[in-house]
Design a protein around this ligand. Structure first.
Ligand SMILES: *Cc1c(COP(=O)(O)O)cnc(C)c1O
Length: 370
């Protein structure tokens, strides 16, 4: 059995090596490293896949979030509601723009922002809700969009982890990241659609917003050297776009591989003592960016034990945002507190084999029965 990894990027690459290599070589041959034609091609192919009007590529997922908030013309002190249980980037950009992050606790089963708690957090200064589709599961968008409508709020989706997922509650249907005002995603190598470096994108159905986003990402200029507003420099390199355009053809297959691996884990771990497996709600599929269990026994002991046997695991995330030194927000976030102490993400990628998963599950079982 080959070495176990959280993510097997090389294994995935090796299966489409010739296609990727020639896509990269084409960019080098043309030497259009910035704004080459592959960027537009990828944007329109991703837009078709997601069934959304506009995809605007940028330099990374954090930039996508920042540009989205800049495009909404929010004023300093305006409040943005977002989960306490997320990657720092989500909250960082809110503060960076002098907006006020209003942290809200999550739902213990979906790991996503709890709509009831969002309702309670709304004030006269609230302007936007920024849900995060954590681990590959879309948030409860029907509830969140209803709240947004009732209170005249923007909804920005942090879709860095759920690209390709499909929300469908029988009424509202669409790809994760395309349901709110603006969707943001990341092409960080380990994400579900990953490039060979940094990359990100925004998506929207709103023509005016799309134009504004393009302008902001381009130094606030629609015409070169004529700057209408203060923007940023955030571009997707042509080489990354070329790689992503090849990989986009395989995204559904990659998702299927992840879902198969997830089902395999679930079948094995289902009735282990003190383990809770991920739950798939009736309103969305799950694209398993992570396969994250909750273990109410000695979580850190299990992590260490597995690590000694060559099984990597990760804790996404060990510290609630409100408790980060950079934020230090007071409030009650019992679910996030509990999750930071119990979650454990197991190896999850497109190349996992049944042998590898059997080994992982056997060792978890041995630890639990000790
Ligand atoms: C990865 C990630 C980001 C940031 O993406 P980068 O491309 O690394 O900037 C933002 N939010 C979440 C939830 C993420 O997982």
């Amino acid at each position: 059995m080959s070495t176990l990894k959280m993510v097997d990027l090389y294994g995935q690459y090796s299966k489409i090596k010739s296609e990727i290599d020639s896509a990269i070589q084409q960019v080098i041959d043309s030497s259009a490293f910035i704004k080459g034609p592959q960027v537009n091609e990828f944007q329109s192919n991703l837009a078709n896949y997601l069934k959304i009007k506009h995809v605007i590529a940028c330099a990374n997922g954090t930039d996508a979030l920042q540009i989205a908030l800049m495009a909404l013309d929010l004023k300093p002190g305006d409040e943005v509601i977002t989960p306490d249980f997320t990657f720092i980037a989500t909250v960082e950009v809110i503060s960076l723009l002098k907006l006020k992050p209003v942290l809200v606790d999550v739902d213990p089963t979906s790991f996503n922002i709890d709509p009831d708690k969002v309702r309670k957090a709304i004030t006269k200064n609230t302007r936007a809700i920024l849900p995060v589709h954590l681990y590959g599961l879309c948030s409860n968008m029907k509830e969140l969009l209803a709240i947004a409508r009732e209170n005249n709020l923007f909804a920005v989706e942090d879709n860095a982890q759920a690209l390709g997922g499909t929300y469908n509650d029988g009424q509202l249907k669409g790809k994760a990241g395309t349901l709110g005002t603006i969707g943001c995603t990341s092409f960080f190598p380990s994400k579900n659609l990953g490039c060979f470096g940094d990359g990100g994108a925004l998506m929207t159905n709103d023509d005016a917003l799309a134009e504004k986003i393009r302008c902001i990402a381009n130094h606030g200029a629609k015409v070169k050297y004529y700057n209408d507003e203060v923007g940023v420099n955030s571009r997707l390199d042509t080489i990354q776009a070329a790689i992503l355009d090849v990989k986009l053809k395989y995204i559904d297959q990659y998702i299927t591989n992840r879902q198969k691996a997830a089902n395999y884990y679930t079948d094995r771990l289902n009735d282990f003592e003190n383990i809770e497996i991920p739950v798939i709600p009736d309103y969305s599929d799950h694209v398993f960016h992570q396969y994250t269990i909750k273990y109410t026994g000695d979580r850190d002991g299990l992590k260490k034990y597995l690590s000694e046997l060559g099984i990597p695991t990760m804790i996404y995330y060990p510290v609630p945002i409100h408790a980060q030194k950079a934020f230090q927000v007071r409030g009650s976030f019992p679910i996030t507190e509990m999750l930071t102490k119990t979650v454990l993400s197991l190896p999850m990628h497109t190349e996992l084999t049944a042998d590898q998963q059997d080994y992982i599950c056997d060792k978890i079982e041995t630890f639990i029965r000790k």
